[in-house]
Design a protein around this ligand. Structure first.
Ligand SMILES: Cc1cc2nc3c(=O)[nH]c(=O)nc-3n(C[C@H](O)[C@H](O)[C@H](O)COP(=O)(O)O)c2cc1C
Length: 151
């Protein structure tokens, strides 16, 4: 199964988590693809069969600048071929931001909803105020994702 990993990151943490996820998914027998500067055409050329979004949050609950263009073009076009595909989101944030905690991840969940991508696992929220080991923290959730995508 081909899994497109869409990542948004300001300082590189989410990008590291995305890279780690790609390694684990590939080790589990999936074909994971991750390009932090992917365009809509790049994603469509990969012909994904599942999605994983990994994004941090900046500003007041906003998506990082490197994910904004892809987010906007997906939203404008809503590719019909992606309807019904399985997907899941890892949101990175900091709970001290209160209401906007993991707002970037929430935006990707909403986008998946508009696309008709099925959320197969509740969003993982990685809180920078609680932990400095986000890649390791994501591992149990990624193991659940592997099971969900196989099922
Ligand atoms: C200027 C700035 C604004 C932020 N705004 C939010 C926010 O609104 N909500 C949130 O949950 N986290 C917020 N964060 C926390 C980051 O999302 C968090 O530290 C994350 O781990 C950074 O990941 P990155 O290195 O991939 O950008 C903000 C951080 C900075 C520096």
């Amino acid at each position: 199964m081909k899994v497109a990993i869409l990542s948004g990151s300001v300082y590189g943490t989410a990008e590291e988590v995305a890279r780690h996820a790609a390694g684990l998914l590939n080790a589990a027998g999936f074909e994971a693809w991750h390009n932090p500067r992917a365009t809509l055409a790049d994603v469509q050329a990969f012909a994904p069969e599942a999605f994983l979004a990994v994004t941090s949050t900046t500003g007041m609950g906003e998506l990082p600048d490197n994910l904004q263009p892809l987010y906007s073009s997906i939203r404008d076009q809503l590719p019909a071929a992606w309807r019904g595909l399985p997907g899941a989101v890892i949101g990175l944030g900091d709970a001290s931001y209160g209401d906007t905690f993991c707002g970037g991840g929430e935006q990707m969940r909403e986008l998946f909803g508009e696309l008709g991508v099925r959320e197969v696992l509740p969003m993982l929220r990685l809180d920078a105020s609680e932990s400095v080991t986000p890649e390791a923290d994501a591992e149990p959730w990624l193991a659940e994702l592997v099971t969900a995508l196989r099922g």
